[in-house]
Design a protein around this ligand. Structure first.
Ligand SMILES: Cc1cc2nc3c(=O)[nH]c(=O)nc-3n(C[C@H](O)[C@H](O)[C@H](O)COP(=O)(O)OP(=O)(O)OC[C@H]3O[C@@H](n4cnc5c(N)ncnc54)[C@H](O)[C@@H]3O)c2cc1C
Length: 388
């Protein structure tokens, strides 16, 4: 077992003990993040020479799955941070050379990863109220200004808003709106404000508030050092955009089984055939989804960006999201009305699990992508609407 996985397993009981409180109050799990920082897990994806743990995608998936068994909301915000650091650490050398990525970006990237290894963490401010996560439709715009850029716009669903050290902000160029770029904006910058709007069905502790931006950033805040890379990165590294949530939601689904088993055992109802069959089906469904996530993760580590890898990536997201919602609903039904009371672990897990299929790409979008691929088409080009 790796050091990171062992650390994650140690944290699970603590996260689980705090989960009900932060869900009830809709407050950010500040203590969980202090624990993650102390355990060095915020540097999970940073390479060892920068002080990090140098994990690959498979190790990330194992860690995220464990953390989600403790608190899905904490694991989901952690997933946003690892998506930023994992994508930064994983930019292939060939791509760096092909794009002519400037040396200044490589230095900025190493600074960001070293800071993560020291405990800094980054949130993702991509989605907008009107267009969800469709990068090509964003209304947040940037323009060149003095030695850097000015970014103006509003973001929604920013998990960890008000707590992160910096935000990965996606914006379109005012000069050429077909260019979508990403910037890492320090949270304390003048012109960055959080509007506390998150009061949602599930994942209530993620503090996924709105973020308003009218902010000047230096040239080195532009990720990749070249404008217009965001759509390319979404296609070349779909694992961070598509499948990184998958491990989180399989962990949430397993937590729902564990909670149902505990509840039913306590009540002496485990021998009921209907209950046993529900638990058995849930066990098989979660094991199958987890196998798919692990297969996708293994392929991401061995052959990132290959068509066969990407197909597993989309399968993993679809299976994890749908399985979590179905399993949690079945476990709640098996456990009965007393498990629907506020404060019962299953009541929270049922709501948290519901979010997996809704996070982009939604299960419907994943199914469409996979359907196009299975029919012999090009799933990146043949969608019914823009996926990014
Ligand atoms: C718990 C949680 C945390 C989140 N955290 C973050 C975060 O930290 N940062 C962030 O940027 N965002 C975050 N999001 C937001 C998320 O990334 C999405 O952008 C947002 O949920 C999409 O909004 P929407 O579903 O309202 O809209 P839409 O994307 O517009 O989807 C609406 C409907 O249209 C369908 N649809 C859309 N496009 C297509 C298509 N091409 N083909 C077929 N059907 C389509 C969808 O399946 C869905 O049914 C979070 C969301 C949740 C639930």
């Amino acid at each position: 077992m790796t050091q990171a996985l062992a650390a994650a397993r140690r944290l699970v009981p603590r996260f689980a003990a705090r989960a009900a409180g932060s869900d009830r109050d809709g407050t950010f799990p500040v203590d969980d993040f202090a624990d993650l920082r102390e355990a060095g897990l915020l540097g999970l994806m940073a390479p060892a020479h920068l002080g990090g743990l140098g994990a690959g995608f498979s190790e990330y998936a194992e860690v995220a799955y464990e953390l989600a068994r403790g608190n899905g909301a904490t694991a989901l915000v952690f997933n946003m941070h690892t998506s930023v650091t994992g994508a930064l650490a994983g930019i292939p050398q060939a791509l760096i050379e092909a794009l002519g990525v400037p040396e200044s970006f490589l230095r900025a990237r190493d600074r960001l990863l070293a800071a993560a290894a020291q405990g800094a963490w980054y949130a993702v401010a991509m989605s907008e109220r009107g267009v969800g996560s469709r990068l090509s439709q964003m209304s947040t715009m940037y323009s060149a200004e003095r030695d850097g850029f000015r970014i103006k716009g509003s973001k929604a669903f920013v998990s960890g808003a008000g707590h992160a050290d910096a935000y990965l902000v996606a914006a379109r160029s005012a000069a050429d709106p077909s260019l979508v770029s990403q910037f890492l904006v320090p949270a304390g910058s003048a012109g960055v404000t959080v509007e506390p709007t998150w009061d949602a069905l599930g994942m209530r502790a993620t503090s996924s508030h709105d973020l308003h931006l009218d902010v000047a950033v230096g040239a080195d805040a532009l990720l990749g050092g070249v404008e217009g890379l965001a759509l390319l990165v979404a296609q070349l590294m779909p694992h961070w955009m598509v499948a990184s949530y998958a491990a989180v939601y399989v962990g949430v689904a397993q937590a729902a089984i564990d909670a149902a088993v505990g509840h039913l055992t306590e009540r002496g109802l485990g021998q009921l055939p209907a209950v046993r069959s529900r638990i058995g089906r849930a066990d098989a469904a979660v094991a199958a989804a987890w196998l798919a996530v692990r297969e996708a993760a293994r392929r991401v580590d061995e052959a990132p960006g290959e068509p066969a890898t990407n197909r597993w990536v989309w399968r993993a997201k679809l299976l994890a999201g749908s399985t979590a919602a179905e399993v949690a609903a079945s476990m709640l039904e098996a456990a009965g009305t007393s498990a629907t009371r506020r404060g019962h672990a299953l009541e929270r897990l049922y709501r948290d699990a519901r979010c997996g299929a809704l996070q982009p790409p939604t299960s419907d979008v994943c199914a469409d992508w996979l359907g196009v691929a299975a029919l012999g088409g090009d799933p990146e080009a043949d969608g019914t609407g823009p996926r990014w």
